[in-house]
Write a protein that binds this ligand. Sequence first.
Ligand SMILES: Nc1ncnc2c1ncn2[C@@H]1O[C@H](COP(=O)(O)OP(=O)(O)O)[C@@H](O)[C@H]1O
Ligand SMILES: [Mg+2]
Length: 415
Amino acid sequence: MVRYLEENSSLSPPAVTQFNGDRRKAGIALVVIVVIAALAVVALLVAFSYYWYIRNKVRRRFTTERPTESDEPAPPVLSSCHTEAQVFTFKQLQVATSNFSQNNVIGHGGFGSVYKGVLQDGSKVAVKQLDLGSKQGEQEFRVEVDVLSRLHSPYLLALIGYCADHDHRLLVYEYMPNGSLQEHLYSDGSSGTPPKLDWETRMRIALDAARGVEYLHEYVDPPVIHRDFKSSNILLDRNYHAKVSDFGLAKLGSDKVGGHVSTRVLGTQGYVAPEYALTGHLTTKSDVYSYGVVLLELLTGRVPVDMKRPPGQGVLVSWALPQLTDREKLIQIIDPVLEGQFSMKEFMQVAAIAAMCVQPEADYRPLMADVVQSLVPLVKHLRPSSRVIGTPLHHNIVTLQSSSIDSGSSSAAND
Ligand SMILES: Nc1ncnc2c1ncn2[C@@H]1O[C@H](COP(=O)(O)OP(=O)(O)O)[C@@H](O)[C@H]1O
Ligand SMILES: [Mg+2]
């Protein structure tokens, strides 16, 4: 039988063993080759991704850098293909506001008065009458309309339209029935003023506002730096959902100071990041500082600057910062009306975020995206709210041509 096998097999046993050994070797070689090839592909992919990452980073740097003289933006043209903003005649806005009646005034700001109005289709609007005069102001007004009408987020106040009839310059915004956050933080609840906001609402507002600024910094290319982020620029709808307003308006208008210390260079007293105030060097981190001040207002119920307070307590940041990270002292800064509405752990977490945001050194401040991420879990465990806790909203990156940006101000995002 063995003999038969030996005779009828084309390979003798040593040859079979040799053959099997070769096959195994070939198999191993194949596996090694496949593994090396796979590793090479992975290495190539990694290198390619890194290249793209660096390329985008560099490009972002370049596109956010202050343009040179020769890059000066050409005067922007407002055209229907560029903007969805409606164009109103002065007459239409006169009708909407009952001829700018004093009864319809809802506020005064550094750039003019704001009126409540009703458009022909019945929708309520806020009409801001800008006090501009110069040719420079005219151009900036157009740039602002051009830019603002392209930015869309549920966390930013929508620009509905504008009026540039003759010498009139007006902006028409969606109307926010609950006014500004500022009005709700410092009222005493008496003589018709609204009662102070509770902890839960404050946290939701903090998150909404953080998302608004995050949109400006992360979803617009180049990033838009608000420059005048403050509690009176956080507006509240009927459900106390917050929207950030006046992004870009800080670049508008004259340096007129009247009641409001609101200038093109300095923003508003008490909210301005120290490096911006000292050197004029503006980055997205300047907004993060201002955001931290608003967070402190929400926690303490105090205005950013009040020189009538006892010595050492006049400037909110200087007074609060040393106490923010000290559990013993932290209790002293809490707005008394919030007592019993939150756990100490929650309060400490928000205080820690505020402390990071108002760091004197800009590089130590977090990105707005980090602030949003830190606030989400704090708001999540509160009573569900469809808008805040629902599926995260996806924003598309909005690319603004350099001509759309005030080149003198959006110098850089340093991150
Ligand atoms: N869209 C709006 N809806 C409701 N109220 C508004 C709106 N815009 C502005 N206001 C009110 O008008 C006030 C003045 O606004 P503004 O001119 O932006 O100045 P500031 O932001 O410096 O207070 C705000 O504080 C707010 O109370
Ligand atoms: Mg405002």
